[in-house]
Design a protein. Structure first.
Length: 260
């Protein structure tokens, strides 16, 4: 992987034309993460509140190494990373973390009858001793156990407008150090209609300590993420994506219906 072929939801993406080889991704402040969730109306449409205490990043590598081509052509994230993780509510040196990615806008944002679809769910992440290769001030999260639901890439249906995809990071309750998420009543094979408040209650999760998101326009092919462009103060930036709906191949054995 070449350093600058990596793309990140909340780190590397810059406005087309302003990103040049040699640019370095910058941190996003906690207050910008919080504000961007409101700008995207994830709060209140998907979450009643989002009060992050940790900067959380998910990095993707583009399919062709071109940093102007955003995440939709990429496969699974190449890494997750955090800044100031010790500031996280309930976080100790022994903490493990749960991460999931959801698509709330299924089949469309205007008629989200299958809110939410679960694209990814995994626990047992720990803080590694390595820093991110994308954002050098961030520390990578690492995992040593299989995901509960392996990553399945977005495939929004043509004609359904802009879709949001949201990652959330949680402090993992200690019981999950030895049991799986399937033991608390979650139907792990049912990825549709994932109810966050029911799941949080089942699992005993507190509020998310961090999160990030992207948007994809199923019609124009444009995708956005939280920007780290230092000339902007928060808000998603946009880039055009060639081959609008030639989206990522579904990874692994799990195949969801298209249009999610
Ligand atoms: C991390 O904490 C340091 C020290 O408090 C602060 O200067 C920095 O802005 C924080 N970074 C983020 C991304 O919140
Ligand atoms: C710590 O978390 C609080 C929210 O609980 C946030 O307002 C603050 O910016 C965070 N500080 C750092 C240094 O990340
Ligand atoms: C790695 O990340 C830590 C925590 O943010 C930071 O203190 C350190 O300076 C980083 N190391 C490098 C080489 O950037
Ligand atoms: C770590 O997580 C990734 C992404 O879910 C997964 O593909 C990989 O198999 C996991 N590692 C182990 C050792 O299970
Ligand atoms: C965490 O790892 C332990 C030990 O391998 C395993 O028993 C448990 O099911 C895992 N929990 C989650 C949430 O993945
Ligand atoms: C779990 O979800 C799958 C897929 O939707 C479904 O076929 C199955 O009946 C569900 N199991 C239970 C116990 O509800
Ligand atoms: C999730 O479940 C709660 C409690 O049953 C319900 O009030 C809420 O509307 C559900 N959320 C969604 C998005 O269906
Ligand atoms: C922190 O722990 C307390 C007590 O277990 C719990 O009520 C709260 O929801 C947790 N907060 C987070 C963010 O995990
Ligand atoms: C797609 O992105 C390009 C480049 O940023 C922009 O010029 C164009 O207006 C966007 N199109 C839509 C439909 O948002």
């Amino acid at each position: 992987m070449k350093f600058y072929s990596a793309l990140s939801i909340a780190t590397v993406l810059q406005l087309v034309g302003t990103f040049v080889h040699g640019d370095v991704a910058e941190s996003v402040s906690i207050s910008d993460f919080e504000a961007d969730f409101v700008t995207a109306q994830i709060v209140p449409e998907v979450l009643t509140a989002f009060n992050p205490s940790v900067a959380f990043y998910a990095a993707y590598e583009s399919a062709d190494g071109d940093e102007a081509v955003l995440m939709p052509e990429a496969g699974a994230p190449i890494e997750f990373s955090v800044e100031n993780i010790s500031n996280g509510t309930n976080v100790t040196d022994a903490s493990k973390f749960i991460i999931y990615m959801i698509g709330p806008d299924v089949p469309s944002r205007s008629t989200p009858t299958s809110r939410n679809v679960r694209h990814y769910l995994a626990g047992n992440f720990t803080v590694s001793s390595s820093n991110s290769s994308v954002l050098t001030s961030a520390t990578k999260l690492e995992n040593s156990t299989v995901a509960t639901n392996e990553y399945v890439a977005p495939t929004p249906q043509s004609g359904t407008g802009v879709h949001r995809y949201v990652y959330l990071l949680y402090a993992q309750p200690s019981k999950f150090d030895s049991i799986g998420l399937e033991n608390v009543g979650l139907n792990v094979s049912d990825r549709m209609n994932f109810n966050l408040s029911i799941f949080r209650t089942q699992a005993g999760l507190g509020p998310a300590i961090g999160g990030t998101y992207i948007t994809m326009d199923a019609d124009s092919g444009n995708a956005t993420s939280i920007s780290t462009d230092s000339t902007k103060s928060g808000g998603a930036s946009s880039t055009s994506v060639s081959g609008a709906l030639a989206l990522a191949p579904v990874l692994g054995a799990v195949v969801l219906a298209s249009g999610l």
